[in-house]
Design a protein around this ligand. Sequence first.
Ligand code: TNX
Length: 536
Amino acid sequence: MLVAGAVFALSVLQVACEPPGSVHSIIPNPLSVERAGGEPVQVSDSTWIVIDAGDAQVRRIGELLSALIGNTIETQPPVVDAPADGATPRIRLTLQGAPDSLGSEGYALNVTPDEIVIQGGGVAGLFYGVQTLRHLLPPLVEYSAAHVRPLPVPALRVVDRPRYAWRGAMLDVSRHFLPPEDVERFIDWMALYKLNRLHLHLADDQGWRIEIPSWPALTEQGASTEVGGRGGGFYTTAEYAALVRYADEHFVTIVPEIDMPGHTNAALASVPELNCDGVAPPLYTGTEVGFSALCPSKEVTYQFLDDVIGEISAHTTGAWFHVGGDEVRTISDDEYAGFIERVQAIVASHGKRLVGWDEVASAPLRPGSIVQVWRPLWRRDGEAADDTATAAAATRFREDLLRAAASGSQVLLSPADRLYLDMKYDVTTVLGLTWAGVVDVRRAYDWEVSEVFAGLPAESVVGVEAPLWSETLGTLSDFEYMAFPKLAGVAELGWSAPARRSWHEYRLRLGAQAPRWTALGLNFARSPLVPWAPIL
Ligand code: TNX
């Protein structure tokens, strides 16, 4: 009787988490979801997780799922190579049988009364199929020591694959440092929404955040402070390598950034010979930009960068190294282009591909480089500009970008007036900045990536990334508050086909995340544009 009552209460809650007008609450919205009708399937103590025999990667994903489900049932479901006789119901995880068209990140998920089957196009696809199953399980599954409860999963079939290869977020750990365990938490939140690139902004005027054994002053001096003067910190080589490993295990690729030639006061203050006049400036804890630059005409600059890029690249499993390149106001255009060309060769010599902020489009880029567009969309074309200098700069930028794309560069979109997570939600938001406007949840979500640059071929766009700058953010809780709920929308922008995205339907699915985020202990902004589900 009690159990029946609990089951009834749970199915009511489950329905409550699927708001009217929305068939499910999965974010990002999958390519197709078909409800099968009938009773929900119950995951329980007698559910086993069956994997492809002998496949260690599939086993690891099975164990992640077992640990999640184990929060809520009496004993963790065993992960087994082959089902014992009659051992049903079961959840089967396999790399067999997914249509080739789904690619390595795609998957099919089938929930039937007999079994739940996830077929991954590759290991990443299998992991994403498990994330989708997670979204279908009641939010209470996220409490790490929940009371024992049954776990209803609606009967349905999902077929899914991402639109873009690059679905990213960026953490500015220079202006305020986040310790490794906080970055790991952020990776957890990214993985839940199938985001797959974490760009770490590891050096700026206010702090150098990664150990470079051949230049110890960088962290001895340059890591000792942050915006406002307190704190600081850095990742040791071992901590960085462990972060890269943790991210890889969650199908997130770390993209390290050392911003250069500008945004380098922390390095210039630590190593005098990097300054053209050989004199180290004091450490900087303010928030101005554009005043610092490595000396482009000194050989030691390039020896230094070769060491830094080589050391970090050696511990980076991903294919990319981000060289910043933004907002330098103290060197000439020719010096800038020459600097980027040399740095590009250094990045290539360490086996990586260059990523740079949009200013790098003015330099001759190699095929396969990525230009990350940060300028706000209202600065992208001359017509919207209110003075001729801005209009000319916009026109030049558009020409540079199209030329770079024509010679094989890719474009990553992070327009500040949509995707800068540090822009305030509205004028009352205490944290954040407003230089690119106030950006509410709808503004971040409700635009179409392929319409941004007329003339840019669709295949040049590698994806989207949402930067989170931290001038005003001090703790993980602050970072979370500015990232959520907007980052869930960025994930959908990067994953879901345009026909699968509509603000009016999305806001219902978004509102359904509140009980899960609460269970996870994730701090989020209660945007008034979203009908938040009751918190359990
Ligand atoms: C612009 S756009 C920056 C950062 C600031 C941020 C604050 C770009 C590549 N750089 O240096 O932190 O605005 O929103």
